[in-house]
Design a protein around this ligand. Structure first.
Ligand SMILES: Cc1cc2nc3c(=O)[nH]c(=O)nc-3n(C[C@H](O)[C@H](O)[C@H](O)COP(=O)(O)O)c2cc1C
Ligand code: SF4
Ligand code: SF4
Length: 254
């Protein structure tokens, strides 16, 4: 089994690890000219962003050539995923890849503008993450199939979300609005955890952002000095999955 994953604060990396098999980082795969994956089962583990998948995961699906009898997709999310399953069905159908199974694991919501990370961490036991993962593992082991129906109503909702959510949230220039405070020691870790190679750190100019931001918040969540902030964030607490280290995120995204 091969699992391709995208992660910023570790939830997807943790779920990918629990699934097992060969783990491949989507940001690293995207640096290859050609991506070809062949296995008895191939899965993608991705966060929900603005009730769909991150832009890089969408581009990955468009680029990758997958040969398998069992292709599956697992989201991790915090609050809700609405039409996110339909997005996967449409994106995979577009390239003739049959989606055999899809699921979503509810974890900490790392969306900083709205969610108090401390509250998310404190209430995590209520989500029974391990129970959700056990059920997922059983489904995958049994090669369970799930059908996603995309109706006219689904398509209308997707259009509505596109206008209301995705455009304001996922703007390329978002990172330029991040605040670097005086705690910054120019260690360069934010650049190392960035899946989009969007950050440059020098002693002279400090932290500089380019215009390739995926709005994943890996830089904000993983800064060891908590020196990176949004102009508007629920509070200053940041999050990384308890089973995942900073080194893991660097290795995944560098
Ligand atoms: C830009 C952005 C948008 C998000 N949008 C949603 C959303 O629409 N619904 C949801 O439930 N969670 C949303 N989240 C939360 C993540 O999907 C969730 O925390 C995920 O588990 C993070 O995975 P990671 O730790 O592997 O990065 C969003 C997070 C970010 C950064
Ligand atoms: S990770 Fe934090 S402390 Fe290090 S360079 Fe980036 S903002 Fe500064
Ligand atoms: S700049 Fe920060 S938020 Fe944007 S892609 Fe890089 S790590 Fe993610």
């Amino acid at each position: 089994m091969t699992i391709c994953y995208f992660t910023a604060s570790g939830n997807c990396l943790y779920v990918a690890r629990r699934l097992g098999g060969t783990l491949l980082s989507i940001p690293q795969l995207m640096r290859q000219d050609k991506i070809e994956i062949q296995d008895d089962a191939v899965g993608i583990v991705s966060p929900v962003y603005a009730v769909e998948m991150p832009a890089m995961v969408r581009k990955f699906i468009a680029k990758v050539h997958i040969q398998t009898d069992y292709f599956f997709f697992v989201y991790t999310y915090g609050m809700g995923y609405a039409e996110a399953f339909a997005h996967v069905k449409l994106a995979t159908e577009d390239k003739g890849l049959k989606l055999s199974y899809i699921n979503a694991i509810q974890m900490v919501d790392n969306y900083l503008p709205i969610f108090d990370q401390q509250e998310q961490i404190d209430t995590l036991p209520q989500k029974n993450v391990e129970g959700q993962i056990e059920r997922l593992l059983a489904d995958i082991a049994a090669r369970k199939t799930v059908e996603v129906n995309v109706t006219a109503e689904t398509l209308a909702t997707i259009e509505m979300y596109k206008k209301q959510l995705a455009v304001p949230i996922l703007r390329k220039e978002t990172a330029k609005e991040y605040i670097v405070n005086d705690n910054c020691i120019s260690c360069g870790i934010c650049a190392k955890v960035c899946p989009a190679n969007n950050i440059n750190v020098t002693k002279e100019n400090g932290v500089q952002f380019a215009d390739r931001c995926e709005v994943c918040y890996a830089c904000l969540h993983n800064c060891p000095q908590n020196a990176l902030h949004l102009k508007k964030e629920a509070n200053t607490v940041k999050f990384r999955n308890e089973h995942v280290t900073l080194k893991d995120i660097i290795e995944a995204n560098q």
